[in-house]
Each structure stands twice: as C-alpha cells, then as structure tokens.
Write a protein that binds this ligand. Structure first.
Ligand code: HEM
Length: 385
C-alpha cells in the first residue's frame, strides 16, 4: 500500500478502554482517517469523516454468516434477517414495516407508563446505598421494551441475559466460551419470540409483536426484528444512562432545567456505542484517503462526538449545551430507529431519579464493563448524602 496515515491504537488496551478520549484526541490531531494493520481496516476519527462514511451508500453493512455456519446458524439467522445488517433494497424492505409499527404512537403512549415504572423501581431502592445500574438504569429499559413488544415481564431477566450473551460477539476476538453462550442465547431467544409470534397470530394484542406479524415480513424476519428491537431497545440505553450519570456525579453536576439538552449531552459525552463497521462496494474517498472496494472502515462515534471542529469545549460536560449535533444515534439509512423511544425514556428516568434523590452522590468507584465497543458500567454505587 502506498504511504497512508496509519494507527496502531490497541482498542483492547485496558487503559484505553478505561478512558479512550485522550487517545482519540491524539489520533484526531494527526489524521482524520488512518489504516490499522492489525484490524485490517480503516478507522475514522473526526466528525466530518464519520458522518460521511455513515451517509455514503457505497459503504455498507454487509452481513457475512459467521463460521462454522452450521454451529452458528441460530446466531446468523437473527442477524442475516434484520435491517441493521442489510443495505437497500433489503434494508428498506426490512425497516419499513418495523418503522410503520413503531410510528403507530406506541412510544408517546408509553411516556406515563415509563414514569410509573421508574417510580416503582425507585420505591424499591435503598437511599442509604444502591447500585443505580442494577436497580434502575438496567431494569427500566428492559421492562419498557418488553412491554412495547408484548413480552411478559417474567422473561425480563432472560432478555437481559440473552442480549448480553449476543452482544459480546460484537467485541474484537470473541473466545469460544463467548461464542457458545451467544449460540445458546440465540436458540432460546428465538424460541420465545417465535412462540409469542405464533400466539399473536391466533390472538392479536395491542403490542408490537402483533403489529409485526401483521406485516409482509416472513416468520424468520419477524423473529429477527423482534430480537433486534429487544436487544437494541435496552443495551445502549442502560449505558447512556450510566455513563452520563457518572459523568455528572463525578463533576457535581445536575440535569439542566432543559432536560432534553442534558439527555443530548449524555448521548454525546461518553458514547455507549463506540464502533460500527462498513465495507466499500466501490472505491470511496473519505478524510483524505481512499477506501478500496472490499476494504472495511470503522467509524468511532465517541471520537466524532468529541471533535473540537464541531463542539465548543468538547471535553466539558455541559448539561445545557445548545449546539449539539452528536452522532450517538448514527446518521444515514441506519439512523437509530429507536431514538425517539430512547430519548423519551432518558427524559423521564433522569428527572425521576433526581426529583426523588436530589442529594445523590457516588458511593464508591463505578465498575466498568471492560469492553470497548459497548461502553458502559455494570455497577455504579450511589447513595443519598
Ligand atoms: C440511547 C440509546 C441508543 C443508542 C445510543 C442507539 C444507537 C444506535 C446507533 C448508533 C445505530 C446505528 C448503527 C449503524 O449505523 O450501523 C442504531 C441503530 C438501531 N437502533 Fe438504536 N440506539 C439506542 C436505543 C435504541 C432503542 C431504544 C431501540 C429500539 C427500540 C433501538 C433500535 C435500533 C434499531 C432497530 C437500529 C437499526 C436501524 C437500521 O439499521 O436501519 N435503538 N442505534
């Protein structure tokens, strides 16, 4: 390859995982996009390049079944048949019916219910000390997405376990234990959703699974869409809440009167989803380099969201930040379908927490999940001063 900007950033390095932002700042100062020999792909660091990559239809998400294909079929089936792993025209065909079902007003109708669930969870916490992830940030979006789809609450713990097992496959170099757990989770998850979908075909209910079985999607596509919504519907939300809350409590900050502005800053400041890959179907120029056909490029959303070309004082958490064009939900055809739901949940759960516990403070060191791509805490001890 002729001389091109290169990077050897180790995304698995515990120091980087603990705080990737100084590393991103150094890289961004050197180049917009750089080749990573170890990862065999380009990495995009700045806001303009990340945005350009996500908008460019020549750079797609191209699903390849994971191997061995027989063993991994349960995992592959859930991915091959859903919108996020496909490009137009298949993407359009898979997204449109789900978007239509979503747009039926289920989200706004849920707002008072989200507040009610939040208050119930807070009733059960002990102000003397509790884990705000396990007791609040995690169960809330799981219950909400389960209710939206029509999955009985008794399965909430299973949903969380299955989802965590599946998403560990998205980290670099999964071990054989991780693969085994993901396959087992995919089998059980699909079985539950298939059973619920079969029930709704006979006895329709006022929920999203009923809406999905009423669309032109095939049986496998309904299962894949429901699993995608159940997973995407809580994984990132938990971490946006946890990451944003820790950032605020560490700085002694509180949500602004303009709560939606604080929610946007939580999304920007410490991105819950850091990396998404695309593959070029033809040569594409971006950030001063050319991604050749067949080559991969990954966007680093957390890096883009701290780009000083776009954000004033990007390293500052400003609860009232007004100009905030972050890319936490992506951009282009794969723009997060659940963004209105995620925003509504955060805009309800954040004030509910601070209205109940105005003196909330950290009560020990938050424990990181230790993963790069899905960035978050699995435990955040808090107490009321
Ligand atoms: C704050 C929480 C959330 C964040 C930060 C987030 C972020 C994202 C991002 C960055 C993408 C684009 C991926 C790409 O470009 O390859 C995406 C896609 C998606 N998200 Fe979210 N998401 C959140 C919550 C949700 C929720 C609550 C749901 C569903 C109920 C959801 C459903 C989806 C779906 C279905 C897609 C795929 C869209 C497509 O491929 O066309 N997300 N999300």
């Amino acid at each position: 390859m002729p001389s091109v900007p290169t990077t050897s950033l180790d995304l698995g390095d515990p120091d980087l995982v603990a705080d990737p932002y100084p590393y991103f700042a150094q890289e961004r100062a050197r180049h917009r996009v750089a080749w990573h020999e170890g990862m065999q792909m380009w990495l995009a660091f700045d806001h303009a390049s990340v945005s350009a990559v996500q908008r460019d239809r020549r750079l797609g998400r191209i699903w390849k079944d994971k191997e061995p294909t027989d063993y991994l079929e349960p995992f592959n089936l859930l991915h091959r048949n859903q919108m996020m792993e496909n490009e137009p025209p298949a993407h359009t065909r898979l997204r449109r019916p789900v978007a239509r079902a979503f747009a039926r007003g289920h989200v706004e109708r849920l707002r008072p219910r989200v507040r009610q669930l939040a208050e119930q969870l807070l009733d059960e916490t002990d102000p003397a000390g509790f884990d705000v992830i396990g007791g609040y940030a995690e169960p809330l979006p799981v219950l909400v997405i389960a209710e939206l789809l029509g999955v009985p609450f008794e399965h909430a713990d299973d949903l969380r376990t299955w989802s965590q097992a599946i998403v560990r496959m998205y980290e670099p170099a999964p071990t054989s234990e991780v693969v085994d757990a993901a396959v087992a989770a995919a089998v059980d998850f699909a079985a539950l959703v298939r059973e619920l979908a079969d029930e709704r075909r006979v006895r329709p209910a006022d929920d999203l699974i009923t809406d999905l079985v009423g669309t032109e999607l095939s049986g496998d596509e309904v299962v894949a869409a429901a699993v995608l919504l159940l997973n995407a519907g809580h994984e990132a939300s938990v971490n946006v809440f946890g990451n944003g809350l820790v950032a605020m409590l560490e700085r002694g900050l509180r949500p602004a009167d303009d709560v939606p502005a604080t929610v946007e800053e939580m999304l920007r400041f410490d991105s819950a989803l850091q990396l998404f890959e695309r593959t070029a179907v033809e040569p594409v120029e971006v950030g001063g380099i050319t991604v050749e056909a067949g080559e991969k490029i990954a966007v680093l959303l957390g890096s883009a969201n701290r780009d000083p070309e776009v954000f004033d004082e990007p390293e500052v958490f400003d609860p009232a930040r007004s100009n905030n064009p972050h890319l936490a939900f992506g951009v282009g055809v794969h723009f997060c379908l659940g963004a209105p739901l995620a925003r509504m949940e955060l805009a309800e759960s954040l004030p509910a927490l601070f209205e109940r516990f105005g003196d909330l403070r950290l009560d020990g060191t938050p424990e990181s999940r230790g993963t790069f791509t899905l960035r978050g805490y699995h435990r955040v001890p808090v107490a009321v001063a």
